[in-house]
Write a protein that binds this ligand. Sequence first.
Ligand SMILES: NC(=O)C1=CN([C@@H]2O[C@H](COP(=O)(O)OP(=O)(O)OC[C@H]3O[C@@H](n4cnc5c(N)ncnc54)[C@H](O)[C@@H]3O)[C@@H](O)[C@H]2O)C=CC1
Ligand SMILES: O=Cc1ccc(S(=O)(=O)O)cc1
Length: 492
Amino acid sequence: MTTSQPIVVDSVSVSPDHYIDGQRVASASRFALSSPIDQRPLGQVAEGLDAHVEAAIVAAQQAFAAWSALTAAERKPYLDRFAEEIGRRADAFCRLESNDAGVLLSRMRHGVVPRAMLNITWFAQHALTLQNRPIETEQAHHIVRHDPAGVVAIITPWNAPLMLSTWKLGPALAAGNTCILKPPEWAPLTCSLLAEAADAAGLPRGVFNVVQGTGATTGARLVSDPRIARISFTGSVPTAKWIAQAAGANLVPCSLELGGKSPFIVLEDADLDNAAATGALMYRNAGQVCLAGTRLLVHARVADRFVAAMRGYVEKLAIGDPRDEATEVGPIIHPRQVERVQGFVQRAVAGGARLLWGGGPHPFGAQYFQPTMLTELRQDDEIVQNEVFGPVLTLQTFGSDDEAIRLANGTDYGLGGVCYGATEHATAVAQRVRTGFIWVNSFGIRDLAAPFGGIKRSGIGREGGDWSFEFFCDIKDVVVPKKPFRASFSQR
Ligand SMILES: NC(=O)C1=CN([C@@H]2O[C@H](COP(=O)(O)OP(=O)(O)OC[C@H]3O[C@@H](n4cnc5c(N)ncnc54)[C@H](O)[C@@H]3O)[C@@H](O)[C@H]2O)C=CC1
Ligand SMILES: O=Cc1ccc(S(=O)(=O)O)cc1
């Protein structure tokens, strides 16, 4: 089948086809893509059928022999070139993701594209440290090897497709695996451009493959295949449960980075203005950020002052077209998500919650929603317990540290958290919150060497630094005795 006409978005062209074994592959079946900015149609994207998934697995298996045989040092120049080719296309990446996912163009430029490049180069560099970690004991010399696992399936969500795909691809490829990326169907374009960058960088064919398609068909087929050695998934809890079952059927390790309902604690001794400014940041990406602190827990004695300060910041937020440099909050990804967000708010209000601000659609357009804050809530309310994944926060008050921690830990999620207060006090409270990470008097400080991931319903496993490689590698201990070994049944 001949390749398809490119999709052209804001003068940027990108292929809507798969990328398998170094070739663009069209599909007889396609799905429609539209922009969250203004609901205009962007084009038709290839839907991965069984034959495409099969071809990608075969290509990745064939490429594995040569790619895995290279040393990390030999793979590094390929990956550095891959990052360079991403950088060369920076403007195109920014425009595509702003148009298909609704991410701010300014954030793409200053945050996401540099981070995507670092996701590739940092892990290529870190891989060099893996093969030289002997363990010496009196008895033996242990050579601890990090061997590539095989063909890796990478499944990513729509809220940060470029960042999250490269966050997985970087370590997976640096470890010597070959990869099949299944991009999010609501925002598939930057993943397609990644294939172009990989191609230009000269990554050997089959090392990196992209199979577009919906989750229930293409994604499900991919993760159910026993030839897949690892599944790395970021997305929702229901999908994670499905994937974990498919992985379990084949005994394939899977890494699951899921949603959150992270507490944002404001202690009585907090710098309230700073805390309020950070609070307003939780509306970034229209609240479609897994790690946002969406449950404001504020000491009762400072709650009024905190709310007044935060209201001041929220009222100034510029809501609009994400391509406009001045915009701070863009659209919600899909009409279905807008409905979902509105439903959460309506049910909360019907159940007795009070709106502090927002609560409905924003006049800028059909997929824009007002930054919203609800209060007068019970801990078991739906809106307190469930991830909205939209610009909707809740506010509860507390009277003691113990109560703050009880509320903070009182959901099934455990991804992140934020704690504002006098540094020593806030640090002590933060350490009692049961999550995978928590920021003290700050938000969003990240280092690729640090572990990232959640507990409870927020996921299984950690990404970042050594943790990524522990997942993507088969770790092997080669034990070489220091003294001549002689078999004996009495040996301990
Ligand atoms: N912990 C983290 O780092 C992050 C978590 N998320 C979570 O992701 C969710 C939003 O993303 P969505 O795209 O709505 O999630 P989703 O779970 O519906 O989809 C995520 C990806 O999984 C694919 N998929 C769906 N069903 C599948 C199946 N049966 N087999 C294989 N693949 C399948 C989709 O096509 C998509 O590529 C939110 O709940 C959010 O919290 C989002 C970003 C980061
Ligand atoms: O929404 C998911 C998400 C967003 C950001 C990051 S990171 O902190 O930049 O690594 C991870 C996951």
